[in-house]
Design a protein around this ligand. Structure first.
Ligand SMILES: [Zn+2]
Ligand SMILES: [Zn+2]
Length: 316
């Protein structure tokens, strides 16, 4: 074949010899500039029309690479500091290096999420109730982690009587978090939805997830006419009878039990013998004989509860 440009004989590409082909043809098209929009309120940035978070340098490199049009495969390098793009094209055993400085146009605005947040928008409320201090701390961490992992925001959190409310931008995320907390803490979950308005002809609902943690530990229950104290609650509930008997039941069984509202109080140990302890109730000044609790270490004071006129030692 003959090159239509220079007349050289040999292999041709689109009618040209390799030299003329590489000289005449545009082998690669690199963008002049690229726009990065930073969110004014959070670490998000936008490349093209997608807001993202993560590693800007990596994402920008990938984004620029996608903007490049080349006739054949190429190696790609991008220097973030200088904006220099280096592409090495391989064609017929030859390596052709192309370089270009790209202009990075930087802008600032609010990302979609932040502008919703600034506008006070939210789709769901998570109401956490009945959590002790430690559980509340862990739940707070969990909620924050899940929100940052997923594409939403925490509009605000509010301390309310008996717990805390979390206002969350996205209801799907809120629902997932609610179910996760329910599973983890074996909590009760109630869901309600209320109509808050219309948008583009569609009804807008706001969901409320009521999550109630039940604190079992330390409560007193009566089962089979016997008084027990709940020692711990995992998959099974561990009970301790007033005589030290251990018993394990399922949470379902607990529903059949009678919960007793007994308050622990202090008693003074007057005397100890092999069988038990002689105590005096510090509230009524009544004296009584009680069983020794398992962990009894001979202290002068002991915790007791009173039930149907009888005293029970609960522990030190
Ligand atoms: Zn030629
Ligand atoms: Zn933002």
């Amino acid at each position: 074949m003959i090159c239509v440009e220079c007349g050289k004989e040999g292999k041709t590409y689109e009618g040209l010899c390799i030299d003329c082909y590489l000289k005449k043809k545009k082998l690669i098209e690199m963008p002049e500039k690229v726009e990065v929009v930073y969110c004014r309120n959070c670490p998000a940035y936008r490349l093209g029309n997608k807001w993202m978070k993560g590693n800007l340098k990596e994402d920008l490199k990938e984004y620029i690479k996608q903007q490049i049009e080349a006739k054949f495969p190429f190696q790609f390098e991008f220097d973030f500091e200088s904006g220099k793009i280096t592409c090495i094209l391989e064609f017929e055993g030859r390596k052709i290096k192309k370089e270009k400085y790209i202009e990075i146009v930087e802008k600032e605005r609010l990302c979609d999420k932040c502008s919703l947040q600034k506008g006070g928008y939210f789709e769901a409320i998570l109401q956490i109730r009945g959590a002790n201090e430690k559980d509340m701390k862990d739940i707070d961490k969990l909620i924050r982690r899940r929100i940052s992992e997923r594409d939403t925001f925490l509009l605000k959190k509010e301390e309310v009587k008996g717990g805390r409310d979390y206002y969350i931008g996205n209801k799907k995320v809120a629902s997932k978090i609610a179910r996760e907390i329910k599973e983890k803490y074996d909590a009760e979950l109630s869901i309600s939805s209320s109509l808050v308005g219309m948008k583009d002809g569609k009804r807008i609902y706001r969901d409320t997830y009521g999550i109630r943690l039940v604190e079992y530990k330390g409560k007193f229950v009566k089962i089979d006419d016997k008084l027990y104290r709940i020692v711990s609650a995992g998959k099974k509930i561990e009970l301790e009878g007033m005589d030290g008997e251990k018993r394990y039941i399922y949470k379902d069984d607990l529903r059949k039990a009678v919960e007793l509202d007994l308050k622990e109080r202090e008693a003074i140990v007057l005397h100890e013998d092999e069988k038990g302890l002689y105590i005096m109730d510090t509230e009524s000044y009544k004296t009584a004989f009680v069983n020794k609790p398992k962990n009894w270490k001979g202290k002068r004071k002991i915790k007791i509860v009173e039930y149907e006129g009888k005293f029970y030692a609960v522990g030190e």
